[in-house]
Design a protein around this ligand. Structure first.
Ligand code: SF4
Length: 159
């Protein structure tokens, strides 16, 4: 019983605080409040249109066709990029992972993604997905920074 009274008291206190802040204009509200609360978690807001498109991003049936020919880019990335299918099935499914996914997408060009759109049996719009991931990553700090050196890669020759 004491716990319940304490919980009610805390809720009432929080409600009074919220009403007081709203009445006197303190603190952010709406989208600004959302961003203030969730940007640090890598969760920017999505628009109505983006929400509609998100269902198209989830059509993958894991056939693996889009990973054909990716060995070179996977090798070149030093492990940061593991192919298109892992990006579709995993990297782009959870928004807090989008900064890493945006970095991973940087290893595959839009031209290559366009070619893969032609062979994907379920019509996953790879370019739109990459654009969505990049935009959301940019809203919360951009792709994760490049490591200064990837141990598995030979140092770059000066150009
Ligand atoms: S080609 Fe399409 S369905 Fe097949 S693994 Fe790639 S995204 Fe999924």
């Amino acid at each position: 019983m004491r716990g319940r009274i304490k919980a009610l008291w805390l809720l009432a206190w929080a409600l009074i605080g919220t009403l007081f802040r709203r009445a006197f204009g303190g603190g952010a509200s709406g989208l600004a409040a959302f961003r203030e609360n969730y940007d640090a978690d890598g969760l920017p807001p999505v628009t109505e249109l983006e929400r509609e498109r998100m269902s198209e991003f989830q059509r993958c049936i894991a056939c693996g066709l889009c990973d054909r020919g990716e060995a070179g880019r996977i090798r070149q990335s030093g492990g940061a990029y593991r192919g298109v299918m892992p990006l579709v099935l995993a990297g782009s499914r959870s928004m807090p992972d989008f900064r890493a996914a945006a970095y991973s997408f940087s290893f595959v060009s839009d031209e290559v993604l366009a070619e893969k759109e032609r062979i994907c049996p379920t019509g996953v719009p790879f370019r739109a997905l990459a654009e969505f991931v990049r935009a959301k990553a940019a809203a919360v700090g951009g792709p994760l920074p490049l490591p200064t050196r990837v141990p598995s890669l030979a140092p770059k020759k000066p150009s």
